[in-house]
Design a binder for this molecule. Structure first.
Ligand SMILES: Cc1cc2nc3c(=O)[nH]c(=O)nc-3n(C[C@H](O)[C@H](O)[C@H](O)COP(=O)(O)O)c2cc1C
Length: 222
């Protein structure tokens, strides 16, 4: 049973990647036949949708598929055949990272049919999840309406893959090890260190539980 984790952070070992790895581990712990793979978007060479509409051209060779041949060309069809998908991003200016946004344009647009039924050309209905990591504490995240802003992309993923994605918001993350070396006076280094020591492990546990829940969803046990 295959799950892919899409890492929309440029950092391959920091908050988002760590949370995603915990989701993969939770998935693997629940299934003997689990196959897990992390895909680091920032290691790939690609652009967002170029609006060629080849994926919508009736009778065309790329109908329902992305026609662009670049670093995502071979990957997108592989991802669409997965049994589960977890998508992770740091929050940049209140939204997902630019690389994740570009990836989602390329993954989702070929699956989207402009008909009254909002049909999907995704070859499989699969369970999905979004995990977000961000600097803001939870109350400030709610106050600024991040969950509402992020809901638009989540609803496309839900519609195209058959069910609403599971969600995990990881707040108040540590941005770097030594706050004294950067101009960041509005943050308390002590508070961030405490958060990292006490809250982040709990977030990692939640991520493992999320992985287990995705495995159950994929096995039709939910
Ligand atoms: C360009 C940039 C923009 C950011 N914008 C926000 C933001 O709008 N809200 C927020 O809470 N955190 C913001 N952050 C903080 C990151 O979302 C946060 O540190 C995240 O956990 C980093 O993930 P990573 O460790 O996987 O790279 C921003 C960081 C960067 C580099």
């Amino acid at each position: 049973m295959q799950i892919y984790a899409i890492n929309g952070s440029p950092r391959k070992t920091w908050n988002t990647a760590t949370i995603l790895q915990n989701v993969l581990d939770g998935f693997a712990e629940s299934r003997e036949d689990a196959l897990t793979e992390m895909i680091d978007l920032y290691s790939l060479d690609y652009k967002g949708c170029v609006s060629c509409f080849e994926c919508k051209r009736l009778g065309g060779p790329s109908y329902g598929r992305c026609a662009v041949r670049d670093g995502l060309g071979a990957l997108l069809p592989r991802i669409l055949q997965a049994d589960a998908l977890v998508i992770g991003s740091p929050i940049y200016f209140g939204d997902v990272s630019g690389m994740l946004r570009a990836f989602l344009e390329r993954l989702l647009f070929p699956c989207l049919v402009y008909d009254k039924a909002h049909s999907s050309l995704a070859p499989r209905k699969i369970p999905t999840a979004f995990v977000y990591t961000m600097n803001l504490p939870r109350a400030a995240m709610e106050e600024r309406g991040y969950p509402q802003r992020l809901a638009a992309m989540e609803s496309y993923v839900g519609r195209l893959f058959g069910s609403a994605p599971r969600l995990l918001h990881v707040c108040d993350t540590l941005q770097f090890k030594d706050y004294s070396r950067y101009k960041m006076e509005i943050f308390s280094a002590e508070e961030k260190a405490r958060q990292r020591e006490l809250e982040f492990p709990a977030d990692c546990r939640r991520a493992r539980e999320l992985g287990a829940a995705l495995a159950a969803d994929a096995a039709g046990e939910a």
